[in-house]
Ligand binder design. Sequence first.
Ligand SMILES: Cc1cc2nc3c(=O)[nH]c(=O)nc-3n(C[C@H](O)[C@H](O)[C@H](O)COP(=O)(O)OP(=O)(O)OC[C@H]3O[C@@H](n4cnc5c(N)ncnc54)[C@H](O)[C@@H]3O)c2cc1C
Length: 401
Amino acid sequence: MANDPVLIAGAGPIGYTTALLLARRGIPFVLFEAGDKIFDDPRAGTIHPPTLDLFEESGVTSAMMEQGFIVNNYHYRDRRAGLIADFNLNVLGDQTKFPFRLMLEQHRICYILRDKLKAMGQHNVHMRHRVTKVEQDADGVTATVQSDEGERAVRGSWMIGCDGGRSQVRKSMNVNFDGFTYPERFLVLSTRYDFAQHDYAITNYIADPEEWCALFKVPGNDGKGMWRVVFPAPPDASQEELFDESSVQARIQGFNRKEGAYEMHHRNLYDVHQRVASRYHDSRLMVAGDAAHINNPLGGMGMNFGLHDAFNVVDKLSKIILEDASHDLLDLYDRQRRTVAQEYLQRQTIENKRNIEQKDPVERENFYNELRGIAANRDKLHAYLLRVAMIEGFRRAQSIT
Ligand SMILES: Cc1cc2nc3c(=O)[nH]c(=O)nc-3n(C[C@H](O)[C@H](O)[C@H](O)COP(=O)(O)OP(=O)(O)OC[C@H]3O[C@@H](n4cnc5c(N)ncnc54)[C@H](O)[C@@H]3O)c2cc1C
């Protein structure tokens, strides 16, 4: 086994998962995180069945289940006409032990992973350490890391970039990150107001030609529930305008009128991109998660997909390190995960956005009729949910040789 540790950049959900999976195989690693804490801004909150299946063995799934909300049914709605289709995920019970979505914020997943590493005595995580440069040679990698103590060079055997959309590791691999950025951004508002009293499910996609909306309930810091409402934000509006209390109240009251003001807990604005790296590995450097692919959050897929990358790449790298397997295995990682990033992740999320904002009334009605037909027919529902619950894409990746 190589003496130098595997270096990981980025302590988001993908970096922490990569670290835990290496630790569980007894492979030394060091993880560098630029920030001073695990970021807790409202991003991923939806965990899909294959992710729960993958994490089961490590005990992460049971820890997540203790804290999260189970979503058996989710709604597709029209903002004016109401419920279009109610999708029951339990039909996937013949395919997975976890035939539902679990709602749990991504920073709480990171806390679980961090605590597991600590319990193993393997929390080799350096916060406030930014990777600024990465070089490689035939025997290993050298990362330049900037911290409060200054800059130093760290030697590793391999390096996995889990450092998000602007990945320094990816830039060091000299690959392209082609795709596009949507002109509008996504505005995320959080409130404790209980939308369930209006018959909303825990997860709702609400189509509208002018202002679509997505509505979810996540546990929140006290576990009692926090509702997130996601709207498209016009490209020309400034953050100041969008976050202004009267504009926030007008927007959310326009969606669901109620007596008195909504008490708001968060307001966040995100740029939205669709991009995939042209390669996921270059000799001793690899990327996983948002460093490899980014997409709009409709469908709740980006983090899940990145977690599947982490399981795949660690599986292959550990065979190379522990069993002296051929380095070509990393080409297989690239082929498997990059193919499905294009075929499933990009295709599905682009489609989700197109459908929820559909302006053509005929197209919209056709789509609604298709959804009604799927929800009413068990076989169609089963096939549809296999795709949107990310099982089909996961299996497709595994089948690539
Ligand atoms: C509004 C919204 C909702 C979403 N909802 C979902 C959902 O429900 N389900 C889902 O699957 N996905 C969802 N996503 C996507 C999900 O948030 C991302 O896919 C996920 O954060 C990717 O994890 P990551 O670990 O790859 O990257 P990140 O979470 O971005 O973490 C990267 C880490 O690397 C660190 N870093 C960056 N550069 C360096 C460097 N040079 N050196 C060291 N450290 C560095 C950063 O500080 C950060 O901590 C959503 C996204 C948004 C914006």
